[in-house]
Design a binder for this molecule. Structure first.
Ligand SMILES: C[S@@+](CC[C@H](N)C(=O)[O-])C[C@H]1O[C@@H](n2cnc3c(N)ncnc32)[C@H](O)[C@@H]1O
Length: 239
Protein backbone atom coordinates (compact mmCIF):
# COMPACT_ATOMS: atom_id res chain seq x y z
CA UNK A 1 0.00 0.00 0.00
CA UNK A 2 2.81 2.36 1.00
CA UNK A 3 4.56 1.58 -2.29
CA UNK A 4 1.37 2.28 -4.29
CA UNK A 5 1.02 5.70 -2.67
CA UNK A 6 4.72 6.46 -3.29
CA UNK A 7 5.87 5.02 -6.64
CA UNK A 8 9.28 6.62 -6.04
CA UNK A 9 9.84 3.96 -3.32
CA UNK A 10 9.30 1.21 -5.89
CA UNK A 11 11.75 2.83 -8.30
CA UNK A 12 14.32 3.15 -5.49
CA UNK A 13 13.85 -0.48 -4.48
CA UNK A 14 14.25 -1.73 -8.06
CA UNK A 15 17.36 0.39 -8.60
CA UNK A 16 18.92 -1.03 -5.43
CA UNK A 17 17.94 -4.59 -6.36
CA UNK A 18 19.59 -4.17 -9.76
CA UNK A 19 22.70 -2.51 -8.29
CA UNK A 20 23.09 -5.16 -5.57
CA UNK A 21 22.70 -8.02 -8.06
CA UNK A 22 25.54 -6.56 -10.08
CA UNK A 23 27.74 -6.02 -7.01
CA UNK A 24 27.08 -9.50 -5.62
CA UNK A 25 28.29 -11.10 -8.82
CA UNK A 26 31.80 -9.71 -8.27
CA UNK A 27 32.02 -10.59 -4.56
CA UNK A 28 33.05 -13.90 -3.00
CA UNK A 29 31.86 -13.03 0.54
CA UNK A 30 29.26 -10.77 2.11
CA UNK A 31 31.84 -8.29 3.47
CA UNK A 32 33.31 -8.03 -0.05
CA UNK A 33 29.84 -7.30 -1.42
CA UNK A 34 29.19 -4.73 1.29
CA UNK A 35 32.56 -3.09 0.62
CA UNK A 36 31.35 -2.54 -2.95
CA UNK A 37 28.02 -1.19 -1.64
CA UNK A 38 29.88 1.36 0.49
CA UNK A 39 32.13 2.37 -2.43
CA UNK A 40 29.04 2.94 -4.59
CA UNK A 41 27.19 4.82 -1.82
CA UNK A 42 30.15 7.11 -1.06
CA UNK A 43 30.53 7.82 -4.79
CA UNK A 44 26.85 8.36 -5.58
CA UNK A 45 25.86 10.08 -2.33
CA UNK A 46 28.53 11.30 0.13
CA UNK A 47 30.39 9.68 3.04
CA UNK A 48 27.76 11.15 5.40
CA UNK A 49 24.98 9.76 3.22
CA UNK A 50 26.72 6.37 3.01
CA UNK A 51 26.57 5.97 6.81
CA UNK A 52 22.88 6.81 6.78
CA UNK A 53 22.68 10.54 7.56
CA UNK A 54 23.04 12.71 4.47
CA UNK A 55 22.47 16.00 6.30
CA UNK A 56 25.03 17.62 8.59
CA UNK A 57 22.43 17.90 11.40
CA UNK A 58 21.48 14.23 11.06
CA UNK A 59 25.14 13.15 11.09
CA UNK A 60 25.84 15.22 14.20
CA UNK A 61 22.72 14.04 16.02
CA UNK A 62 23.38 10.33 15.33
CA UNK A 63 26.95 10.68 16.58
CA UNK A 64 25.94 12.66 19.66
CA UNK A 65 23.30 10.10 20.64
CA UNK A 66 25.72 7.16 20.47
CA UNK A 67 28.44 9.01 22.33
CA UNK A 68 26.27 10.33 25.16
CA UNK A 69 24.65 6.96 25.73
CA UNK A 70 27.93 5.08 26.00
CA UNK A 71 29.52 7.78 28.18
CA UNK A 72 26.49 7.74 30.49
CA UNK A 73 26.45 3.92 30.55
CA UNK A 74 29.94 3.01 31.61
CA UNK A 75 32.55 4.35 29.17
CA UNK A 76 35.33 6.25 30.98
CA UNK A 77 38.22 8.27 29.53
CA UNK A 78 40.69 5.58 30.57
CA UNK A 79 38.94 2.76 28.75
CA UNK A 80 40.29 1.26 25.53
CA UNK A 81 37.44 1.32 23.00
CA UNK A 82 37.05 -0.77 19.84
CA UNK A 83 34.49 0.53 17.33
CA UNK A 84 33.46 -2.01 14.70
CA UNK A 85 32.17 -0.45 11.47
CA UNK A 86 33.38 3.00 12.55
CA UNK A 87 32.33 4.63 9.25
CA UNK A 88 33.51 8.23 8.84
CA UNK A 89 33.62 8.68 12.64
CA UNK A 90 30.11 10.05 13.07
CA UNK A 91 30.32 8.93 16.72
CA UNK A 92 34.01 8.05 16.59
CA UNK A 93 35.14 11.67 16.51
CA UNK A 94 33.38 12.23 19.84
CA UNK A 95 34.83 9.03 21.36
CA UNK A 96 38.32 10.06 20.19
CA UNK A 97 37.99 13.53 21.72
CA UNK A 98 36.76 12.07 25.03
CA UNK A 99 39.21 9.17 25.45
CA UNK A 100 42.87 9.37 26.41
CA UNK A 101 45.29 9.41 23.43
CA UNK A 102 45.69 6.04 21.75
CA UNK A 103 42.62 4.55 23.43
CA UNK A 104 40.35 4.57 20.35
CA UNK A 105 40.53 1.88 17.65
CA UNK A 106 38.13 1.96 14.70
CA UNK A 107 37.82 -0.81 12.12
CA UNK A 108 35.85 -0.88 8.88
CA UNK A 109 35.67 -2.89 5.65
CA UNK A 110 35.48 0.16 3.40
CA UNK A 111 38.63 1.98 2.21
CA UNK A 112 36.49 4.88 0.97
CA UNK A 113 34.85 5.42 4.35
CA UNK A 114 38.20 5.15 6.16
CA UNK A 115 39.59 7.90 3.93
CA UNK A 116 36.57 9.97 4.92
CA UNK A 117 37.32 9.07 8.57
CA UNK A 118 40.81 10.52 8.15
CA UNK A 119 39.25 13.73 6.83
CA UNK A 120 37.07 13.85 9.97
CA UNK A 121 40.19 13.54 12.15
CA UNK A 122 41.76 16.48 10.30
CA UNK A 123 38.56 18.56 10.34
CA UNK A 124 38.16 18.16 14.11
CA UNK A 125 41.93 18.43 14.81
CA UNK A 126 42.12 15.10 16.61
CA UNK A 127 45.60 14.09 15.40
CA UNK A 128 47.12 14.42 18.90
CA UNK A 129 44.68 11.80 20.17
CA UNK A 130 46.44 9.17 18.04
CA UNK A 131 43.34 7.25 16.98
CA UNK A 132 44.02 3.87 15.36
CA UNK A 133 42.03 3.10 12.19
CA UNK A 134 42.23 -0.24 10.39
CA UNK A 135 40.83 -1.68 7.19
CA UNK A 136 39.56 -5.20 7.97
CA UNK A 137 38.32 -8.25 6.10
CA UNK A 138 34.93 -8.06 7.80
CA UNK A 139 35.05 -11.21 9.91
CA UNK A 140 38.48 -11.46 11.54
CA UNK A 141 40.32 -9.16 13.94
CA UNK A 142 43.14 -11.62 14.51
CA UNK A 143 45.80 -8.90 14.28
CA UNK A 144 44.57 -7.28 17.53
CA UNK A 145 45.91 -8.47 20.90
CA UNK A 146 43.66 -10.57 23.16
CA UNK A 147 42.06 -8.84 26.17
CA UNK A 148 43.29 -5.41 25.02
CA UNK A 149 39.91 -3.58 25.13
CA UNK A 150 37.45 -2.62 27.87
CA UNK A 151 34.54 -1.68 25.62
CA UNK A 152 33.42 -2.53 22.08
CA UNK A 153 30.74 -0.67 20.12
CA UNK A 154 28.99 -1.34 16.80
CA UNK A 155 26.20 1.00 15.71
CA UNK A 156 24.14 0.15 12.65
CA UNK A 157 26.61 -2.53 11.52
CA UNK A 158 24.87 -5.85 12.33
CA UNK A 159 21.81 -4.31 10.66
CA UNK A 160 23.78 -4.92 7.44
CA UNK A 161 25.44 -8.28 8.07
CA UNK A 162 24.38 -11.93 7.81
CA UNK A 163 24.37 -14.06 10.96
CA UNK A 164 27.69 -15.76 10.18
CA UNK A 165 29.41 -12.35 10.22
CA UNK A 166 27.66 -11.42 13.48
CA UNK A 167 28.77 -14.72 15.04
CA UNK A 168 32.36 -14.29 13.86
CA UNK A 169 32.43 -10.86 15.53
CA UNK A 170 30.92 -12.23 18.75
CA UNK A 171 33.83 -14.69 18.98
CA UNK A 172 36.42 -12.04 18.07
CA UNK A 173 35.11 -9.43 20.48
CA UNK A 174 34.93 -12.01 23.28
CA UNK A 175 38.62 -12.73 22.67
CA UNK A 176 39.54 -9.03 22.57
CA UNK A 177 37.67 -7.86 25.69
CA UNK A 178 39.12 -7.97 29.18
CA UNK A 179 37.00 -9.89 31.72
CA UNK A 180 34.22 -7.53 32.82
CA UNK A 181 34.40 -5.70 29.47
CA UNK A 182 31.24 -5.09 27.45
CA UNK A 183 30.08 -4.89 23.84
CA UNK A 184 27.11 -2.72 22.81
CA UNK A 185 25.60 -3.12 19.36
CA UNK A 186 22.40 -2.17 17.57
CA UNK A 187 20.32 -4.40 15.32
CA UNK A 188 16.98 -4.58 13.51
CA UNK A 189 14.56 -6.52 15.69
CA UNK A 190 12.28 -9.15 14.15
CA UNK A 191 9.34 -11.02 15.67
CA UNK A 192 9.06 -13.39 12.68
CA UNK A 193 12.46 -15.12 12.53
CA UNK A 194 15.61 -13.92 10.77
CA UNK A 195 15.15 -12.28 7.36
CA UNK A 196 16.90 -9.85 5.06
CA UNK A 197 16.24 -7.37 2.25
CA UNK A 198 18.47 -7.29 -0.85
CA UNK A 199 21.40 -8.71 1.21
CA UNK A 200 21.73 -5.17 2.59
CA UNK A 201 19.43 -5.03 5.62
CA UNK A 202 19.20 -7.84 8.16
CA UNK A 203 16.54 -8.47 10.82
CA UNK A 204 17.00 -10.79 13.83
CA UNK A 205 14.96 -11.88 16.84
CA UNK A 206 16.58 -10.58 20.03
CA UNK A 207 16.53 -14.13 21.45
CA UNK A 208 18.59 -15.45 18.52
CA UNK A 209 21.33 -12.84 19.01
CA UNK A 210 21.43 -13.45 22.78
CA UNK A 211 21.65 -17.22 22.22
CA UNK A 212 24.51 -16.93 19.71
CA UNK A 213 26.38 -14.55 22.02
CA UNK A 214 25.85 -17.00 24.89
CA UNK A 215 27.43 -19.74 22.75
CA UNK A 216 30.79 -17.92 22.87
CA UNK A 217 30.59 -17.08 26.58
CA UNK A 218 28.84 -13.69 26.75
CA UNK A 219 26.07 -12.69 29.15
CA UNK A 220 23.62 -10.38 27.37
CA UNK A 221 20.56 -8.19 27.70
CA UNK A 222 18.65 -5.62 25.70
CA UNK A 223 19.23 -2.06 26.91
CA UNK A 224 15.75 -0.71 27.66
CA UNK A 225 16.74 2.93 28.14
CA UNK A 226 18.25 3.18 24.64
CA UNK A 227 15.57 4.80 22.46
CA UNK A 228 16.22 4.64 18.73
CA UNK A 229 14.79 2.92 15.66
CA UNK A 230 17.32 0.11 16.20
CA UNK A 231 17.37 -1.55 19.64
CA UNK A 232 20.67 -2.12 21.42
CA UNK A 233 22.08 -5.19 23.18
CA UNK A 234 24.87 -5.17 25.77
CA UNK A 235 27.04 -8.29 25.99
CA UNK A 236 29.32 -8.63 29.00
CA UNK A 237 32.34 -10.90 29.30
CA UNK A 238 32.07 -12.51 32.73
CA UNK A 239 34.92 -11.90 35.19
C1 LIG B 1 25.50 2.49 8.60
S1 LIG B 1 27.23 2.62 8.68
C2 LIG B 1 27.46 3.11 10.40
C3 LIG B 1 28.83 3.68 10.65
C4 LIG B 1 29.11 4.07 12.11
N1 LIG B 1 28.95 2.94 12.99
C5 LIG B 1 28.19 5.21 12.51
O1 LIG B 1 27.27 4.99 13.31
O2 LIG B 1 28.38 6.28 11.96
C6 LIG B 1 27.79 0.93 8.70
C7 LIG B 1 29.31 0.81 8.66
O3 LIG B 1 29.67 -0.55 8.91
C8 LIG B 1 30.69 -0.94 8.01
N2 LIG B 1 30.63 -2.40 7.88
C9 LIG B 1 29.70 -3.16 7.25
N3 LIG B 1 29.98 -4.47 7.37
C10 LIG B 1 31.10 -4.54 8.13
C11 LIG B 1 31.90 -5.62 8.61
N4 LIG B 1 31.59 -6.90 8.34
N5 LIG B 1 32.99 -5.33 9.35
C12 LIG B 1 33.33 -4.04 9.64
N6 LIG B 1 32.62 -2.98 9.19
C13 LIG B 1 31.52 -3.23 8.45
C14 LIG B 1 30.36 -0.17 6.73
O4 LIG B 1 31.46 -0.06 5.86
C15 LIG B 1 29.91 1.17 7.32
O5 LIG B 1 30.98 2.06 7.49
Amino acid sequence: MRALRRPSLVVRYLRRAWRNRRLRRGAATHPEFYRAVMADDVRSRTAKGAVGTASEEGWQAAGRKQFRFLRDHGLTRRHFLLEIGCGNLRAGRRFIRYLQPGHYTGVDISPEILLAAQETIVEYELQDKNPRLFLVSGVSLEFLAPESFDVAHAHSVFTHTPIEVVMAYFAEVHRLLRPGGFFDFTYHDSDKGAWSVLAEDYYYPTSLLLERAGDVGFEGRQLEDWTYSQPKIRLTKPT
